[in-house]
Design a protein around this ligand. Structure first.
Ligand SMILES: CC(C)(COP(=O)(O)OP(=O)(O)OC[C@H]1O[C@@H](n2cnc3c(N)ncnc32)[C@H](O)[C@@H]1OP(=O)(O)O)[C@@H](O)C(=O)NCCC(=O)NCCS
Length: 205
């Protein structure tokens, strides 16, 4: 990269990266910004589509995307980020495992050391448009983040969260086999003991 730039030089993108990254079975549209370095992982599984105007950056950590995912128009994914299989990221989603250091008031934030914490989005999730997911967060399997939300805490599996900061709206109840409102608990994160064993096996892949 040129000093101060977040984009690898053209010859790294064109001639070096293809030997290091596993993306051949995916569809990466032409107008994307794939700002990836060869010495960190950039993996995209088969049948995954990365739409135009998306930007992927692995400068601070690996970016691993599973199979059959949709990375929508204008998404920004900054590693470390790990996404499972069959995940939908709608449009304008921001997922950043990077934070700028800010604690030293005598040094501009741009010059302070960045920190990184992996974001994990497990299989089958749907992340609505304009969502922001902050560093270090895990979104559990088959969960939904409602459009426009800012996720600052882990989301349990089989859960719908929404708002800024995102709170639980509904959870799948394995006893009733229904997605149920969590009224009265909206201001707290709850977690109805979701282990895969608790769910009807017929509904699990
Ligand atoms: C979350 C979503 C799927 C709705 O799920 P649902 O189960 O039908 O939820 P409901 O409409 O019954 O809403 C349940 C509660 O959540 C709230 N809610 C719904 N969407 C919300 C959002 N984006 N942010 C905050 N709260 C939201 C509703 O206001 C309602 O609360 P209330 O009754 O106290 O007013 C939908 O609102 C959403 O955000 N979809 C994303 C759309 C999108 O990004 N599409 C891109 C195409 S891939």
């Amino acid at each position: 990269m040129a000093p101060g730039s977040a984009r690898p030089r053209w010859w790294v993108r064109s001639f070096v990266n293809p030997f290091f990254h596993k993306t051949k079975k995916a569809i990466i549209r032409r107008r994307t910004r794939i700002d990836v370095l060869p010495f960190r992982k950039f993996v995209v599984g088969e049948k995954t589509i990365i739409e135009d105007f998306a930007c992927i950056n692995n400068g601070m950590g690996d970016v691993i995307i599973g199979k059959n995912c949709m990375v929508g128009i204008s998404n920004v994914l900054i590693g470390p980020v790990t996404i499972g299989n069959n995940v939908i990221l709608a449009q304008h989603v921001g997922v950043s495992g990077l934070n700028h250091g800010y604690t030293d008031i005598h040094v501009p934030i741009r010059e302070q050391k960045c920190t990184a914490a992996e974001i994990k989005i497990e299989d089958d999730c749907w992340i609505g448009m304009n969502v922001v997911i902050t560093a270090g967060i895990t979104i559990g399997k088959h969960s939904i983040v409602a459009g426009g939300s800012v996720v600052t805490k882990d989301v349990p599996p089989y859960t719908i969260v929404g708002g800024n900061p995102a709170k639980i709206i509904k959870q799948y109840n394995p006893q009733t086999e229904q997605w149920e409102r969590t009224d009265g608990l909206k201001n707290e994160y709850i977690n109805i003991a979701y282990k895969n064993d608790d769910l009807p096996q017929s509904k699990l892949k």
